[in-house]
Ligand binder design. Sequence first.
Ligand code: ANZ
Ligand code: ZN
Length: 829
Amino acid sequence: MYKTKDDKKKKKYYILDMFPYPSGAGLHVGHPKGYIATDVFARMKMMQGYNVLHPMGWDAFGLPAENYAIENKVHPRVATEKNIKVFKNQLLKLGFTYDWGREINTTDPDYYKWTQWIFLRMFKKGLAYESREPINWCPSCQTGLANEDLENGKCERCGSEIERKPMRQWVLKITDYADRLLNDLEKLPDWEESIKEMQRNWIGRSEGATVRFSVIASEAKQSNERDNKLEVFTTRPDTLFGCTYMVVAPEHELIKKLSPPGRDGEVRIKNLKEVKKYVEQARRKSDLERTELQKEKTGVKLEGLMAINPVNNKEIPIFVADYVLMGYGTGAIMAVPAHDKRDWEFAKKYNLPIAEVLKGGDVNKEAFTSDGSHVNSEFLNGLDKKESLGKIIKWLEKNKVGKKAVNYKLKDWVFSRQRYWGEPIPIIHCSKCGAVAVPEKDLPVKLPEVKNYEPTGTGESPLANIKDWINTKCPKCGGPGKRETNTMPQWAGSSWYWLRYIDPKNDKALVDEKKEKYWSPVDFYVGGAEHATRHLIYARFWHKFLFDIGVVNYPEPFTRLQHVGLILAEDGRKMSKRWNNVINPDDIVEKYGADSMRVYEMFMGPFSQPCAWSTNGLVGARRFLDKTWDYLFADYMGIFIDDNDRNQWISGKREGSTSHEIEVLLNKTIKKVTEDIESFRFNTAVSQLMILRNSFYDIEEQPILTKSHIELISGKCIKKSDFKKFLILLAPFAPHLAEELWHELGNKESVFKEKWPEYDKKLVKDETINLVVQINGKLRDTILVAADISEKEAREEAMKSEKIKKWLEGKEVVKIIFVKGRLINIVVK
Ligand code: ANZ
Ligand code: ZN
């Protein structure tokens, strides 16, 4: 039943879970929460007549599997396969609608063939390039990492302090897509605003200008060198008249360039020893440590040099200081201590002039960072920020000392790892032809078997030791070539996987064009908030690239996005081996049943909020299901007079009767459950189902059944057709129980082949409402009235209120504003 066909006649709905990373620990009860939610949603959509795609797979390359494998002395493939088995068994127990015929695994060569193919296409477009810039190096994982893989300057996996290490790297030019990644967020109204904001901050677009300063020797006035330039990026070029010194980052090339001994008159750093020592100290600090606002600023003046401020030709000193980072802008700044906090502190410490150029503060006391009109700035005097920015940029461009510029925090994606368990990068190095793409017909480049997959520590991947794999022919000239030994990062395989579910077995193309047209984009994507930046930015980047080369026909992969609130342990902490508070879903299923777990996780609280596990809550969910079962089968309850009576009802020979109240409640429940599932408010949907169930007959309210009770309820069963509607509403949450009861009712087909019920509009209208009564727009009273009250009646009712009478005394009513079902506003004079 859960086999998804490409049935083009039906309207499609593609709902996607973030696929798990199959770790050695298995799933805990928190992991399936999102999967249960999408499953409830998918089941409702199926019953609403959609052709639903709800797939599952494994994101199985990457460091954790490899580290686990090394620790436990097993091959990562063996460990991964074992972990996947465990995960899959755990998921199977929960009764999901996944079409396992579409299962994917990022470590399967038939899958990563296409990951490599995308890389090659990027390479051919110049979007994948080699670089030798210093990158983040984790000394413990012994691999390079992307900026995104750091947490507070530390390795996100093992917590080690990151070093900067110059290394040959493959880098993806994600910055080419920065503007589109940013602007297209506006086209995603069904993404949570908080996630979009995190992406905006991550991309970090700043508008400003670059300004080029000349660097000269401070003593020799007659320097013959004119070509030493220092370029900065600034968001405030309008404060250029207030620039009284400059700072370069410790890694800045200017230091290296001006280090060798020079002849007289040549521009050179004179206090090299001191500078080198400072640079060395800075190297050991993380970016976060370096830029912390509270930290005391440190730095060393570069003796022997001066910079010339192009706007007023003043000579100003240059410092090296670690509060300027190499990875941002140009790695150098023009310091404006009067109007920038960090510059101000630095200037105070080193006794540098503070020149006010914006009016409004007292720059002797602190930096004035708000807007103010310009002073001491010649042609900018009297202008505000906007005007002066325009004017100074024009001036910089005219004088060829700078230009308008945009800067991004987003950096190109460091895409190679010096580790074993990843997709080989399909490149062959040739001494004549350079880096050459492996021909597409030779894909996949399979990960070779090695004896030793421990990292070498030399900055080379363990693949570097397999000589017969490395040595190959150059595809271009046929001469000797060597395979690239770096592998792709963990995030590669997940950057396009949603496309593969559409057409998982295709060996001719990444995805068939027609199938892609039918299924994409993903209508709804649900997963952890921790993926707001990394995975979701990479995924959007690759998708846009695939859009540009015509593989997909939508520029954005995920139409709607929802994050999952964490399930915490009963003690309120995160579930973790460390705290010994992990609950295994297998145990819950064993003891309480899969449906209890499903219902409980949907009922425990608002979906997107963190919520602590509670065994009591779980027991409550189980009780609700028991009561549902008992409606038909509890011997002691006597809803049916006897078995014969029940059989008559089931076979339709006796009708049962539904009271008007229950009928109204049933219709309201249909409406509420439908809308709540649609908007991921599962907790209120479940509670509504509980209310409905209790209205049929609540045994708990009458724990001791006397004879008269039994007489009272005996034979009072509701209409079978109404009970069926209740079962259908319950089915997405508790599929096993609902299916079983459905069959007990004599149905031959699955409950999931039923149509989702519709409600009677007349019955769901609220009969009374609280009408707001305003006098001149101010709330003065609320009155209980019929929901469909007319303006005339509302006016009469409002006038009867004592509170309102008081306000109307001696006044003349000039106008009445009436919003049906909401409010009446009486305007008086
Ligand atoms: C002069 C200036 C005057 C600045 C002023 C600010 C205020 P955002 O908005 O984050 O883009 N900056 C530039 N490169 C830097 C680096 N590598 N390390 C540390 N700081 C750097 O910040 C841009 C501003 O951050 C730039 O504008 C520069 O200081 C600083 F009243 O230039 B500003
Ligand atoms: Zn060659």
